[in-house]
Design a protein around this ligand. Structure first.
Ligand code: MN
Length: 200
């Protein structure tokens, strides 16, 4: 077993009432676990068995064709969820270098929030909305399914999972309400840290 599901870095109810405990339990223990298990099954017995999941995603063309789709989907599911859990925490104000960079790139924080929310809400089907660093430039992008920005050379700083499994129990069809609630659980300290590391 190369890849392991790490425990959440906080209690299942830590993001209440914005993201509910039942959703976090199923999302982490069942959905995330399934991606990890299927990634392990895909790389088992291959020369990729001991590579970390991020490395696999950065160069998908280097993955044997037979397991490429499985690595893309389940490696992406493994890495994206790990990343997602770690950019959430309640009541962390937006400040630091990332706050300055957001204001510079998007004019002001409200415009950034509008654009990010629109990207997350309007993304068709399952996927993720991201704030990434691309050649030292901040960008908002979305990816479908479990695709990772790492596979297109962009460094994730912040993300929201917009698969229905991430909000349906509490918000049903109202993805926009879930996206709105998400602004209360962003760990801006961590996002700032991601930004400083990506910038070099
Ligand atoms: Mn998910």
């Amino acid at each position: 077993m190369t890849h392991k599901l790490e425990p959440l870095p906080y209690a299942y109810d830590a993001l209440e009432p914005y993201i509910d405990e039942a959703t976090m339990r199923i999302h982490h223990d069942k959905h995330h676990q399934a991606y990890v298990d299927k990634l392990n099954a895909a790389v088992h017995g291959t020369e990729l068995e001991n590579k970390n999941a991020e490395e696999l995603l950065i160069d998908l063309n280097a993955i044997p064709e037979k397991i490429r789709t499985a690595v893309r989907n389940h490696g992406g599911g493994t890495v994206n969820h790990n990343f997602f859990w770690h950019v959430m925490k309640k009541d962390v104000p937006l400040r630091g270098e990332i706050a300055k960079a957001i204001e510079k790139t998007f004019d002001n924080t409200d415009k950034f929030k509008e654009q990010f929310s629109a990207a997350a809400t309007n993304h068709f089907g399952s996927g993720w909305a991201w704030l990434v660093l691309n050649n030292d430039v901040l960008e908002i992008v979305t990816t479908s399914n479990q695709d990772s920005p790492l596979s297109i050379g962009k460094t994730p700083l912040l993300t929201i999972d917009v698969w229905e499994h991430s909000y349906y129990l509490k918000y049903q069809n109202k993805r926009a309400d879930y996206v709105q609630a998400f602004w209360n659980v962003i760990d801006w300290y961590k996002v700032n840290d991601n930004f400083l590391k990506a910038k070099k």
